[in-house]
Design a protein around this ligand. Structure first.
Ligand code: ASP
Ligand code: MG
Length: 411
């Protein structure tokens, strides 16, 4: 007997028929003798609708009420799945975040899980009940208010619950059958990975791969939760294993590059001829940080006159105008000659723990991109990844070029 967490995303619970299909997947695991906690998302599209209603009701809505509204999607699916399970003879009970409880910070709209009491769930297992848990939501203890964990947060609910109840495995069921070397919609030759290391998955998720919420991978890595990404569209009687996210020691065939990720949510800002003296970088980036604007790539050019320099950096697209306005307002203090911006840029990244032990991995990419006439606007590297910022019109060409270059194309 094992203890499992099974998580089902929005497309997997999109309607009653899909929920019945989920019930069959759960039934298989229960009949194999396992104790099962299921975590569900809202029906696909539901959370977007709820978010839009809040914005429609008020431009500056109260975040606590936003959480009260958007948490409702998962309440519906948890109850419906419990009914669907009971209907096929499987004991089941729904749980809202506050009933467990899943205690979180009070950062409404993007709360962090602080602790989970798994004892109530364990008592349910002893009664032979499947626990059907509403993902994405928790409660802030002191205020007693509902919270939500940020978009895509039910992945994090699932992994955190798996850690709390010491589950043997956390299966994240979605509409794809695993983690791919890159987005198969852009590169038809993308391959499904059998295994991917926690650190690689963390980079892939942070750099634009949408299959898991970044925070869920952090939680899985810290608590060493054996996590699979797999498809709910497989035949419930004969499912495929999916992709295992695991320690790097558990990966036998090590590739230099494991995957190519891309993010379209990038904007570039360049300050021309900023004075080149101590404290200027701080004068630019501290106010941006204080405005909660997340700066990613930063390039400072070595000045040739020793008096001025150019600084280029990137921010999420949603913060582009705010960052621009903030810097314009400080024009006198910073003393730059001009401020330039570009919104039609994309960040392409190659990720692989093999980069630690191989030299020249990024250099090969620069050459391959140059041969396709693709100009690189900015570059960043770290131990297991490098990223280039390029014009958005070359996204597909660049991703395909790198995918082929590193031998990731399927045969
Ligand atoms: N329903 C929430 C969302 O759409 C949480 C999730 O699905 O993970 O963001
Ligand atoms: Mg998701």
């Amino acid at each position: 007997m094992a203890r499992l967490v099974m998580k089902f995303g929005g497309t997997s619970v999109a309607n009653i028929e899909r929920i019945r299909n989920v019930a069959q997947h759960v039934k298989r695991e229960v009949e194999a003798g396992n104790e099962v906690a299921v975590v569900v998302s809202a029906m696909s599209g539901k959370t977007n609708e709820l978010v839009a209603w809040c914005a429609d009701a008020s431009k500056l809505y109260d975040k606590r009420e936003y959480d009260a509204v958007v948490a409702s999607g998962e309440q519906v699916t948890s109850g419906l799945l419990a009914i669907a399970l009971q209907e096929i003879g499987i004991g089941a009970r729904s749980w809202q975040g506050w009933q467990i409880p899943i205690l979180t910070s009070d950062a409404h709209g993007s709360a962090r899980i602080e602790s989970i009491d798994g004892s109530g769930l364990a008592e349910g297992f002893a009664r032979k009940e499947v626990a059907v848990i509403a993902g994405f939501q928790g409660i802030h203890e002191a205020s007693g208010r509902l919270t939500t964990l940020g978009r895509g947060g039910s992945d994090t609910s699932a992994v955190a619950i798996a850690a709390a109840i010491k589950a043997d495995r956390c299966d994240i069921y979605t509409d794809v059958d695993g983690v791919y070397t890159t987005d198969p919609r852009i590169v038809p030759k993308a391959r499904r990975l059998d295994r991917v290391a926690f650190e690689e998955m963390l980079e892939m998720a942070s750099l634009g791969a949408k299959v898991l919420q970044v925070r869920s991978v952090e939680v899985a890595m810290v608590h060493k939760v054996k996590t699979f990404v797999r498809s709910s569209f497989d035949d419930p009687a004969n499912p495929m294993p999916g992709t295992l996210i695991c320690d790097e020691e558990d990966i036998v065939e090590q590739q230099v590059v494991t995957g190519i990720a891309f993010s379209r949510d990038e904007a570039q800002l360049t300050l021309r001829r900023v004075s080149d003296k101590p404290g200027v970088a701080a004068a630019i980036f501290v106010p941006l940080a204080e405005a909660n604007i997340n700066v990613d790539m930063i390039i400072q050019v070595v000045s040739d006159d020793a008096k001025t320099t150019d600084i280029t950096f990137t921010v999420p697209q949603a913060d582009f105008e705010r960052a621009r306005a903030l810097l314009e307002a400080k024009r006198d203090e910073l003393g730059f000659a001009s401020l330039q911006g570009a919104n039609d840029v994309v960040k392409i990244s190659a990720i692989g723990i093999g980069m630690r032990s191989h030299a020249g991995v990024a250099a090969r990419a620069f050459k391959a991109l140059a041969e396709k006439g693709i100009n690189i606007r900015a570059i960043t590297t770290s131990e297991i990844k490098f990223s280039v910022l390029i014009d958005a019109e070359y996204t597909e060409l660049a991703v395909r070029t790198l995918h082929t270059l590193y031998g990731l194309d399927k045969a």
